[in-house]
Design a protein. Sequence first.
Length: 505
Amino acid sequence: MPSFVSASVFTLISALTSMVVGFVSSIALARILGADGAGIVAFCLWIAMTAATISDLGVPSILLRYVNRFSGRDLVGGAQPFGLKLTFQLATAVTAIAMLAYSIWFASDSEVSGHFVWAMTTLLFLAYTYSATSHAAARGRDQNPEIAKLTFFGCVLQLPGIIVGALLFGPAGGLFGHMLRYLPQALVYPKYAKTPSSSSVAVTKQMKHHGRNNWGSNLIGLLIWGRIEFLFLGYYESTTVIGYYAAGLALSGLVVQLPNQILVGLVPYLGRHHDNDDVTQINQTAQRVTRWLCFLVVPICFGGAAITAELIPLLYGEDFTPAANICALLLLFSFIAPLTQVPSAIISGRERSRFFLISTPFVGALSCISLAIVTPIYGGEGAALSRAAIHFVWLLTLGWYCWAHLSTKMVTPELLMIFLAGALCGGAAYSTLQVIDGIPGLLIAVPAGALSYFIVIRLTAALPRNELDTMMLNMPASIPGPVVRVVRVLLGLLSPKTSHPATRP
């Protein structure tokens, strides 16, 4: 069985590449198109990904969890039973036709540029939908090298595509560049759409139940995670404010995207332990992953929020100065979203996905009510605070369910030390900028915050030594030796040595 830690470390490189290129792309769009044009692109991205969630009918969730049961001996990558394939492709085609029909109607009732924007949104939807489905199948089959390679190719295409496209064709060209990001993974979909030759690999009632529950909760989850704020900001404010908000989401995406890439394999990993009735390993993994997630994202959130007033105009231009407060709020609380992935993976891996179907409608309704109340009064800042509050409610709900019904406790004393270190990191960075502003202040504030964070982590032993040794032991052989040695030295500095043995999870 492949090590979850080894797979996670291997995908770290592709995750970092995707994160950096995506962030640079958002800056390029903002610089070329301005806040209004960037807001149009952000809104269309939301439309495409929302349509993808609606049309996939839960098929990616089924493949992620059960693709190993579908794989025939002659299919190295995986397989899709005919029923799943037909359902998915038919729903995708109907959605794409509907979007194209709207773009044609829009062209007859508006300017031509708007027609091209909607047409490109349709192409982006297709690329993203097929990419997400083949990505889920590949994750379920532990095809991490393939995913890393295709992610890298997509990033290589994305940035120049966005720059050239936006310069030549405005928002429609920017959407074309985003479409290129998902194209390589989408093109390998036929490999995972092969129908198993064996008649014994039928889609069971449990599989359909799992997919249906995940699909239903994902639909309602659009009200929680799907940037539903864009609708309220567009109605009460303008596309310019959407552009400001999108800049904040790009920054907070630096926190969310990395765990997204690393933890996609957590569901099948926990699912295998659930199939083996190994609850102890599930609990240990949950606590370990939660600690390391906090270690990675907390300093970015606290430290990043402390420097946004100086950082936003530097990155996006002076026109985005009004976005500083929105960005600070989004970034400060963006650690909540990655933390929800751990209990969500536990619930999915242990086949309790019905919980999502029951609980998400209440949280989704609360999200809409909250946004409807605060957005007209406080604008983008109110939307950011509402988003943070709803995400925190969802985290508490997931944590309670895992603790009460699955005997899984993820909160440990070490987490308090990590958050203390994060607060001191943000305090050190903010204090530095009060004395020295501008680029010189940023050049000092960032290392000052990082240094204070690592010192507190070591002094409090917030990361147990045995977990650090486990990370060192599970460095993939594919990573170059010099990189491994540097990582091991850095890990060794994070905690005092103890006698705990390293183990391979």
